[in-house]
Write a protein that binds this ligand. Structure first.
Ligand code: HEC
Ligand code: HEC
Ligand code: HEC
Length: 447
């Protein structure tokens, strides 16, 4: 076969596989939000019969901590199952993917070595050489140093072995093929070049190392191309988790999730406690706080905060700044209905002027909606999710019993929800575009 024909044929196979794969990847990449909102209790080395001593015990303790930063247990624990024993189904429209057993049993990482874990984390390859699906965020973990990966290895080896065979993935052809993965990786994955010695202390460099590596913030917070890879120059510029109806807003824009203008203490509070005076971690971000960031050392949270503050800032998106269009009759009616519904269903918690409420002890009970950037955020996915499903903030040491927001999916119609949201986006000086009942309908269909 002539070289050019062979190349053309390979390219054609590769491209077909890739384009069929891209939807799957979009879903896989957003997999973490499927994790039930429960804090996983991780077993500690001290629980197991043989207590390692000295250097080994140090590495194990460090590894336990690093596994928290990477939130390995979040995906690798089935609901109600033993921590790290895997078996959690991560649903995609193409079938389920299972995060496997990481305990040192023959059905898990029993026969593995530290080198094998390095290959998985750094190169995205299983012990057998099989290319791994990017639902496992090795695209970020590839930035983790060998020493840190080895510490995680020491910790995983110290876990009580649990017999739990990982169910086979239930992906349909061609999403289950190595050819599709090979093509995708050629476009979107290159092994990282982590430092031999990870930076230490409350510094921007340490923050970069954590955010870009184990923290895998980009897995949700970066925009993706049609093929499911992170857009060039798109790092942390906001990602639509389309399959699940959430927006992980831009960390590079003050009107979205950017925190460059926040005091360091507020950023630390968001990651540690889950709330600040003006913001709340919701939905998938509440899980990140509950399972991972609340457990971080204050120096590491400070390092992350410094790095987030130092991110390049994009020009402000329009939502907060666009002039208010003169209301036409239909819109005026919608806003009037919205105002009445707000008084009936929302004001008792969020205040008649959207000012929110604090408890007698000064703890924030209900977030303010007036001046809250989450209210003005466009597109409106998160607002619609909060309205339909309600939710709790993460339970953390600083906020052990978060107040809840009731779900309104069965209380209000799509039109009523759109009316209320349009109202709060234009009340109290807000000038954000109104919401259509179709936005609500679309989110309902994701169930
Ligand atoms: C967002 C969910 C998610 C997170 C977080 C996650 N994993 Fe996974 N992991 C997966 C999935 C899904 C697979 C299966 C991939 C496959 O089979 O192609 C996997 C596969 C693996 C494998 C390969 C297992 C094998 O049999 O080849 C290892 C090793 C692994 N993960 C370790 C870790 C470690 C260590 C961490 C934390 C630093 C971690 N994972 C965090 C979802 C996750
Ligand atoms: C599983 C997906 C996911 C991951 C991983 C994730 N986030 Fe988020 N994040 C979200 C979503 C969705 C929101 C919007 C909801 C909200 O405001 O809490 C968000 C919101 C935020 C906000 C804005 C909060 C506010 O109310 O203004 C910050 C800051 C943030 N994330 C930082 C981070 C950092 C730092 C990391 C990595 C350590 C991270 N996120 C990892 C999904 C994620
Ligand atoms: C019983 C009290 C209660 C009622 C009633 C209530 N909420 Fe909430 N709401 C909350 C709490 C608590 C939160 C924070 C939830 C969290 O952190 O996940 C919240 C969060 C929100 C948020 C997200 C704010 C942010 O910072 O991201 C919006 C928007 C919102 N509510 C709108 C409404 C609207 C509109 C109504 C009326 C239809 C309403 N709420 C009714 C308690 C309530």
């Amino acid at each position: 076969m002539k070289l050019s024909t062979r190349f053309a044929r390979r390219a054609a196979i590769g491209l077909t596989a890739v384009s069929l794969l891209w939807w799957a990847v979009l879903h896989w990449a957003n997999a973490p939000i499927l994790i039930a909102f429960s804090t996983v209790k991780t077993p500690h080395a001290a629980d197991s019969a043989s207590k390692p001593v000295g250097v080994a015990a140090d590495a194990i303790a460090r590894g336990a901590y690093l596994a928290r930063v990477g939130n390995c247990a979040g995906c690798h624990t089935a609901p109600g199952g033993a921590a790290y024993a895997g078996g959690r189904a991560i649903g995609t429209p193409f079938g389920a993917i299972y995060a496997g057993n990481l305990t040192p049993h023959a059905t898990g990482l029993g026969g593995w070595s530290a080198d094998d874990l390095w290959r998985a984390m750094h190169h995205g390859q299983s012990r057998s050489g099989r290319l791994l699906l990017p639902a496992f965020p090795y695209t970020e973990y590839t930035q983790v140093s060998r020493a840190d990966t080895d510490a995680i290895w020491a910790y995983l080896q110290s876990l009580p072995p649990v017999e739990a065979a990982t169910p086979a993935h239930e992906l349909r052809w061609p999403f289950n093929t190595q050819t599709a993965l090979l093509a995708w990786r050629a476009l979107y994955f290159a092994p990282g070049q982590p430092p031999a010695q990870p930076p230490q202390g409350a510094t921007v460099e340490r923050g970069r190392y954590l955010v870009q590596g184990l923290g895998h913030c980009a897995a949700c917070h970066s925009p993706r191309t049609a093929l499911g890879g992170i857009k060039p120059q798109g790092d942390l510029a906001g990602g639509l988790m389309a399959a699940h109806g959430w927006l992980a807003p831009s960390l590079r824009s003050a009107s979205q999730a950017g925190v460059a203008h926040w005091p360091v203490d507020d950023i630390v509070a968001l990651l540690q406690v889950g709330t600040t005076r003006t913001a709340a971690a919701l939905g998938p971000m509440a899980e990140v706080v509950a399972q991972s960031t609340q457990h971080l050392h204050p120096d590491d949270l400070q390092a992350m905060a410094l790095y987030l503050k130092a991110l390049p800032q994009d020009a402000a998106p329009v939502a907060f700044n666009s002039p208010k269009p003169p209301p036409d009759v239909a819109l005026r009616e919608s806003l009037n209905r919205g105002a009445q519904l707000y008084d009936k269903h929302c004001a008792q918690c969020h205040g008649d002027q959207g000012q929110g409420a604090v408890t007698a002890s000064g703890q924030r009970a209900y977030p303010p909606l007036a001046g809250n950037r989450a209210v003005a955020l466009t597109p409106v996915h998160n607002l619609v999710q909060v309205m339909l499903r309600g939710g709790f903030g993460p339970a953390t040491a600083g906020n052990p019993q978060p107040f809840g927001m009731p779900p309104f999916a069965h209380v209000l119609t799509d039109e009523q929800i759109a009316d209320i949201l349009s109202y709060i986006r234009q009340a109290w000086g807000h000038t954000a575009p109104s919401v259509s009942h179709l936005d609500v309908l679309q989110a309902r269909k994701l169930d």
